[in-house]
Write a protein that binds this ligand. Sequence first.
Ligand code: ATP
Ligand code: MG
Length: 587
Amino acid sequence: MAREIIRKNNADRAAANMADYERALIEWDWETFRGWLDYCPGGGLNIAYEAIDRHVANGRGDREALRWLGKNGERRCYSYADLKRETDRFARLLEDLGLGKGVRVFSLLGRVPELYIAALGTLKAGGVFCPLYSAFGPEPVRARMAIGKAEVLIASPREYAKKVAALRPELPGLRHILLTESPGNTYPGATDLTDALERTHAEFHAAATAPEDMALLHFTSGTTGTPKGAVHVHEAVVAHHATGRIALDLHDGDIYWCTADPGWVTGTSYGIIAPLTAGVTMLVEEAEFDADRWYTVLAREQVNVWYTAPTAIRLLMKAGADLPRAHDLSRLRFMASVGEPLNPEAVIWSQTVFGKPFHDNWWQTETGGIMIANYAAMDVKPGSMGKPLPGVEVAILEVDGDGTKVVQEDMATGHLALRPGWPSMFRSYLGEEKRYAATFRDGWYLSGDLAMRDEDGYFWFVGRADDIIKSAGHLIGPFEVESALIEHPAVAEAAVIGIPDERAGEIVKAFVTLNRGQVASDALSKELLGHARKRLGAAIAPRQIEICADLPRTRSGKIMRRLLKARELGLPEGDLSTLESRAGSAT
Ligand code: ATP
Ligand code: MG
């Protein structure tokens, strides 16, 4: 693994507010962060109040809050005062329907303004919001609404007709359907959202929810198996706000773009809540990934802080370095990545192309917010996830049978574990108490990931516990092998799995996709195997390689190694509800 360090210069340190940063490491804890919020007048803690109303109360209502870029070139801007008015009306609408605290509101919408208004309006009314990714098929939608006991659904007429209308008899608890863009709608039992909102009175005072009141339901990505419904509470906002400032470097006046969809936890924690609590301008791009358009958006909208994912970064790398050089990206100050391990090659590429590195950070649906990060002012070690945030206690554990032991040695692989108690921690897996209880051991939360810690306190991702390969007495983490393959100029992406072998127990098999202009051949396969052997040694390097057109990945962009393995071994493919449809084939 690459060991060079990207040292931050003084300008970066100044931009990151070095004094804040140094103090954070030493002094700040969750109590400090609780003090950064305003709380509802008269008491209570409500995410929507912290995200919107307090800015208006503090005289900052005219600042631009949401800048929406539609896929057909439209543009809509909402100030904090506009968002307050719209979310007040949405909350009032729920109240007028006789729905209040605890009501379960689901959405099946693309990234349109109504989604953001519904999410915050529901929270304002004291309800629970569950955003579903709009490209889900009917069965994943039904299953999630059944688990989450959906009472209200907000959807576009198209998605509703295609995916939910026929399923209504199976969802007896679903009482209200609110459809966007459907004036004079013809669906029996559905209401037009715009009409309904127009009939409400504007003013609404955010419900004085308690910190432990349920606020959000988020399903995991389903990378390792059946997705789990993680329950989050209003107190999570303490972490969203603090980590947005510390790990994403959000500052007053910033224009911020999180490319994640709110159907995944990143798109809510950091695509709605953290930027709004920070009072910055949050950009929402409706369309899906396109390298040229993304650079155009970054330049034209003068984005300062950008939060994206390794899959997107690898696609940008694949599109070449000439594209970004053709745009003025000088306003970009801080770039961060989450969702999968960020290969050192990607960090080095961004340092070369943008003059600054991507800052990797680690967290999960269950943790609700960033736990380990490369902060703005920190020297970056490419390939490392960074260091724990203030208030977050992380350990590497040896887990066997019922017992655990904290691993003290540097660079020893073990289970990445967190000490429970941070505000954005999930409070349960909905309807799966046993599965929830099984994530805790000896006072630790076990993340399901394996990692190492180095002598400077930086953490290094090794792999998901499920993906670890055991070969001739070695434990092989896929990330290291994949990163070595990606160093080769022909390789765009790589995924490795273990396949059974009589002598070694398992051997490593690699699946790779190629960069533009590269052609698959036996000679190239041999060259790639040779390159990996040279970089990693014969014990760890792949023995087999397959060049593919694409890799199977989740709709949130994560490579599904379990599916590659199931297909390779002819085993059942398991839960495919989150599989991205275009990436179904490994050959
Ligand atoms: P499921 O739990 O259903 O299998 P999932 O774990 O992919 O799906 P998420 O909660 O969306 O669902 O993803 C969290 C996981 O993503 C982490 O546990 C880790 O494996 C991976 N991950 C996220 N960020 C990073 C990172 N910076 N480096 C390495 N891995 C990461
Ligand atoms: Mg997981």
